[in-house]
Each structure stands twice: as structure tokens, then as C-alpha cells.
Design a binder for this molecule. Structure first.
Ligand code: NCD
Ligand code: ZN
Length: 362
């Protein structure tokens, strides 16, 4: 396959930057799983990021503060002693999440968000919300407490074309929710379309109430990557990769310096055998080389200077967190990505396996 990582920058840079030191970044959308998988993937994220917002779509999902505290404990126990990494927890919203649970979550100090998965939208979303009208009281309390709602922004109506599900979500769900709860903090997660990028950029919203995460893979690839000389399951994630014009719109807002846009890898490990399968799981594994991938995307358009804001400042500000202390350094240095990584009795295939990548985290 064509090596996307080695494309030359499309805009001339005044002087080539070969090293970039920045404030330690945060990953504001991450899947860590549990058990052996957690143990295998956690060191990758802990090496790259100071904190990560850990998605609650375990099986069964993390729906209560007590479960979130127990999951956090398992994450901390799996951390190598030397790692300086803080998991930020999220609860999985259901049709019957009680308003009291939101208060408990807020009081815990470790739950930083509530995640909306429309029922059936993605991996482990069967317990998700069937209709947000069931959640009105819950959303009211979140608005009152300033606890953000994270949305997987896709409708699940099977009559809507898969590639249009994010665009339709804006009109059918996001706009009405924001109208009903104008002060509710909302993050439009892993946006993939020009429509989502434009909406988040242009919507009227008080500072700190509307944000969006963007993955590295949606900045680097369009949907052709899924079909390059054959079916490529490791490029399949949800929301699915879109056309080139959408990728370009995402790059534009990510590199614009606009604080509404911030880093969330959506790194989502699945065993190799469940990706290379007749009904393959959705999710790209990028925790191993996340910052290198983002550096690649920003470098291509001559925007490395904007990476620190996107990766280390905007997300922390949205969540009301202090910036991390300490720094990380990326160097321009080619290295080859492994073909697979051990994960207990399974293996995981990282995004771009076997290809060379031009940046390396020191
Ligand atoms: C995620 C997963 O595997 O948990 N998959 C994905 O394709 N992004 C779920 C999600 O965030 O949609
Ligand atoms: Zn995700």
C-alpha cells in the first residue's frame, strides 16, 4: 500500500523543524479495555500522555460511580510503578441513569464526563440510549453541575446511509439537545465530517461549552484507505473514514488554533483475529504511536506549531484541568512500526503496521 506517512508537506515550511518539545499532552478519548488487554495497551498511552479520558464501553458497561472507581483502581494497579499517568473516568449513559448517580459521579472527583452511545451505534453500545427524551432529568443535573456530555455522534436508523450518520446526528440530536440544554457542556467525539467541523467551529456557544475531539487516523486517511488493493480491516473504525474533502476540513480545524478542537485518539484495541474476520470489529489501534501520527498530520500542512495547543492545552481547558507539568519531545526520525503487538493470548495490529513513520517520541 502507498505509504501515507511519507507524503511531503503540502505547504512549504520556512525552515524544516526536526524536533518538537511540548507540554505533556492528554488523550481525551481512549479505550483501555480490561484484564490482559488493559495490561498490554496501558503502557503505550502512559508513555505518551499525562492523562486520558477512559471510555466506559466495557462489557458490561461502566454505568455507576462505584463501577468507575473500581475500574480506575484496576487501571492504576496495571500501571507500571514508574508511570506518571492519570485516568479520567466517564460513565456510560443509559435510558435510566438516575440523576442521583450524576451527583455521585460529580462528587467522586474522578468522573469527568458522561458518555452517550446511541443504542447499537458501535462496539458495546447495546445498553446505550434509545431516545434522549428518557434522559432529560439526568441532562439537567449535568448542566447544573457542569459535567460534560460526550456524544458518539451517529444516528443508528438503518435507513440512513452509514456515511451520512454523523451529518444527520447534528440535525436530529445535537441541535435539539443544545437548544433544550444551552449551558450543557458537550463534546462531539471523534468528528469525521466537514459538517461536524463546521458546526463545532461556527455554533453559538458560551466559551467552554462546546468541543470536539479528532483522531489521528481521521486526519491522515480518507475512506480509500479501507479499500487499497483489497479490504483493509485495520482501517475500519466508527465513525467510518470519509471522503478526502472531509479529511481536509478536519485538518483545517485541528490546525487552526481554535480551542474547541482537541486531541482524542479513540485508540480502540481489538484482537487481531476479531479485526481480520468475516464481521470485523470497529476500532483502530493508535496508542503505541499516537503523537507521532498527529505530528505527521500537522507536519504535512506545515502546522507543527499548532500541535501543542491541540494536544496539551485545549482539552485541559475544556475540562477545567491544570495543564500537565513536564514535557515530551518528538524528533524527526524514521522507524518501522511493528506488524503486531502482544496482548495476553492475543495480538493487536497497530495502525500502519509495517510502514515507516517519520516522527519518533524520544
Ligand atoms: C470503539 C471501540 O472499539 O470500543 N470503536 C471504534 O471504532 N471507534 C467504539 C467507539 O468509540 O465507537
Ligand atoms: Zn471511542
Amino acid at each position: 500500500m502507498e505509504n501515507h506517512f511519507n507524503q511531503a508537506p503540502t505547504q512549504p515550511q520556512t525552515a524544516q523543524i526536526n524536533s518538537l518539545t511540548m507540554t505533556r499532552p492528554d488523550d481525551l478519548h481512549l479505550h483501555l479495555r480490561d484484564g490482559e488487554m488493559l495490561a498490554a495497551v496501558l503502557p503505550h498511552s502512559a508513555r505518551q500522555f499525562g492523562r486520558a479520558l477512559v471510555m466506559p464501553n466495557l462489557n458490561p458497561p461502566v454505568t455507576t460511580t462505584a463501577q468507575a472507581l473500581a475500574y480506575r483502581r484496576r487501571i492504576l494497579d496495571a500501571l507500571l510503578d514508574s508511570a506518571d499517568f492519570e485516568p479520567l473516568m466517564a460513565l456510560y449513559l443509559t435510558d435510566n441513569t438516575p440523576a442521583d448517580e450524576i451527583r455521585r459521579a460529580h462528587e467522586s472527583g474522578v468522573v469527568h464526563a458522561i458518555k452517550l452511545y446511541p443504542a447499537g451505534a458501535t462496539t458495546h453500545s447495546d445498553a446505550g440510549v434509545t431516545d434522549l427524551k428518557h434522559c432529560a432529568k439526568t441532562l439537567e443535573v449535568m448542566q447544573e453541575l457542569g459535567l460534560p456530555l460526550l456524544v458518539h455522534g451517529e444516528v443508528t436508523d438503518p435507513s440512513i446511509d452509514l456515511f451520512d450518520r454523523e451529518k444527520v446526528f447534528i440535525d436530529q440530536v445535537l441541535v435539539p439537545v443544545r437548544r433544550a440544554f444551552p449551558a450543557l457542556k458537550i463534546v462531539f467525539e471523534h468528528i469525521t465530517t466537514q459538517e461536524a467541523a463546521d458546526y463545532v467551529r461556527d455554533a453559538e456557544a458560551a466559551p467552554g461549552t462546546l468541543g470536539a475531539t479528532i483522531t489521528a487516523h481521521h486526519l491522515l486517511y480518507n475512506r480509500n484507505a479501507l479499500f487499497q488493493k483489497g479490504l483493509r480491516p485495520h482501517y475500519y473504525c466508527l465513525p467510518v473514514l470519509k471522503r478526502e474533502r472531509h479529511r481536509m476540513a478536519l485538518v483545517k480545524v485541528a490546525t487552526s488554533g481554535n480551542p474547541r478542537f482537541f486531541l482524542g485518539t479513540d485508540s480502540a484495541p481489538h484482537p487481531k483475529g476479531l479485526k481480520e474476520h468475516a464481521c470485523g470489529c470497529a476500532g483502530c489501534y493508535t496508542a503505541l504511536h499516537a503523537l507521532e501520527l498527529y505530528a505527521q498530520a500537522f507536519d504535512r500542512v506545515g502546522a507543527l506549531a499548532q500541535l501543542e495547543g491541540f494536544a496539551s492545552f485545549h482539552g485541559a481547558a475544556f475540562y477545567g484541568l491544570a495543564r500537565n507539568s513536564g514535557t515530551v519531545t518528538l524528533r524527526r526520525e524514521s522507524w518501522q512500526l511493528p506488524l503486531e503487538l502482544p496482548a495476553g493470548e492475543h495480538t493487536i495490529v497497530p495502525l500502519g503496521a509495517g510502514e515507516t513513520i517519520a516522527w519518533r517520541l524520544a
